[in-house]
Design a protein around this ligand. Structure first.
Ligand SMILES: [Zn+2]
Length: 408
């Protein structure tokens, strides 16, 4: 195994973006704000990350996705809560299919792999904590210690590199070999699909439950797919803004598609709930869906989820949550609010627990993922790529990725 790396290009976040700058950027340029000159991003060229220890290998990305959480990070709209969980400078990109360049344990150099980006106990050279031992690696507490710099995932840690580059390093426990018959364009969706599967199973709908999915970008659409494939959800209503999102939501299993502005009234009619209007703020339902899932991570989306769910119902946070929300419905309606972060070990009725990645790899072979309109950019056009990703829905795209095949 060699730690020598050829020159690697990478898009790098080199300092954190203070919130006041983000606010200014947001106020002055919408949409397509990701790659404004104020964003602390640059394309750099260097030797690439070195192998942190045994059982690590270099990976050359083929395709690398741009995720909503990446955009929130680079445009400064993510919560400062996450600031201790990253180390600068880092290269974003955690949705990766690539080629392994070194032999790592049972995986020979040349193996095509998908990355599980979680940087938990084992990659950090630590004995597994109780969460990691139980397979709930997304709940690991040790994401700032061990022989790696802080970083909750590859793509947020300065030592590993990230997907928006020609080279990163990964631990054996992060590598999933890709079957030969799974094309790169499907393989790059395995990580977001694994997250969507985790979300669908955190939603735990029981037979015939009415589920509301708010948001129909990649996360929302993949969640609809996972809900249909793996749960006994009944009616699935999807709040979608753009024509392609609406069409795909229907094709992938939505019972009905709702306009954002009409979502509450549509749920009211479908569930025979009552609408009440507070003196200030938006209306809410007495009654509503059994389970709702926020797949947008915006204040409006989560508010819709909270205000459309029946008393005793369940609300799942799949998007990175916004700050400053009115939690009155959680208290008054006795809602169960659950987070869904990354992936884990999934427990389905009457089955042995299986990892989200294993389920996603399987589903990716048969699911109609080719329907997803993906746009690809070479790394040097990173500004355009990020602007496109930030406005993907309106531009009729579901997913934007970097195509790193055939470049040096
Ligand atoms: Zn752990």
């Amino acid at each position: 195994m060699s730690a020598t790396t050829t020159s690697v290009r990478s898009v790098e976040v080199y300092r954190s973006l203070p919130r006041y700058v983000a606010t200014r950027v947001l106020a002055t340029r919408l949409p397509g704000l990701s790659a404004t000159p104020t964003a602390p991003l640059r394309l750099s060229r260097g030797p690439g990350p070195t192998l942190p220890g045994p059982r690590w290998g270099r990976v050359r990305p083929r395709l690398s996705g741009i995720c909503g959480s990446d955009l929130s990070t680079v445009n400064g709209t993510s919560s400062l809560y996450f600031s201790p969980l990253v180390s600068l400078p880092f290269t974003p990109g955690h949705e990766v299919v690539g080629d392994l360049l070194d032999d790592v344990d049972d995986l020979p150099a040349g193996t095509r792999v998908v990355l599980d980006p979680l940087l938990t106990c084992v990659p950090r050279g630590l004995d597994p904590c109780p969460a990691c031992s139980a397979g709930a690696r997304s709940r690991c507490d040790r994401i700032t210690i061990g022989h790696l710099s802080p970083g909750l995932q590859t793509g947020f840690c300065k030592d590993t590199g990230g997907g928006w580059s020609d080279g990163l390093v990964a631990h054996r426990s992060q590598l999933h070999p890709v079957p030969d018959d799974l094309p790169d364009e499907r393989a790059v969706l395995v990580e977001p699909l694994a997250c969507a599967i985790h979300t669908a199973l955190r939603a735990v709908p029981v037979d015939g439950d009415h589920v509301l999915v708010v948001g129909a970008g990649a996360v929302g659409l993949l969640t609809v797919l996972a809900l249909r494939a793996l749960t006994p959800a009944g009616r699935i209503s999807v709040v979608a803004k753009h024509p392609l999102q609406k069409e795909l939501a229907r094709r992938w299993g939505a019972t009905d598609v709702l306009e954002p502005r009409a979502a509450l009234s549509s749920v009211r009619r479908a569930t025979r709930a009552l609408t009440v209007q507070p003196e200030q703020g938006s209306a809410y339902l007495l009654g509503g869906v059994d389970v709702s899932v926020d797949c947008a991570g915006s204040r409006a989306a989560l508010d819709t989820a909270l205000r459309s769910t029946r008393a005793g119902g369940r609300v799942v946070l799949s998007g990175m949550p916004p700050a400053g929300l009115d939690l009155s419905p959680v208290w008054f309606r006795e809602l169960t609010v659950v987070g869904s972060y990354a992936t884990g070990l999934e427990r389905m009725a009457d089955e042995q627990p299986r990892s989200s990645f294993e389920l996603a790899m399987e589903l990716a072979r048969t699911a109609p993922l080719d329907d997803l309109t993906q746009s690809a950019y070479p790394l040097e056009r990173w500004r355009e790529a990020l602007d496109h990703a930030g406005d993907a829905g309106r531009l009729g795209t579901v997913k934007v990725h970097f195509d790193l095949r055939g470049t040096t």
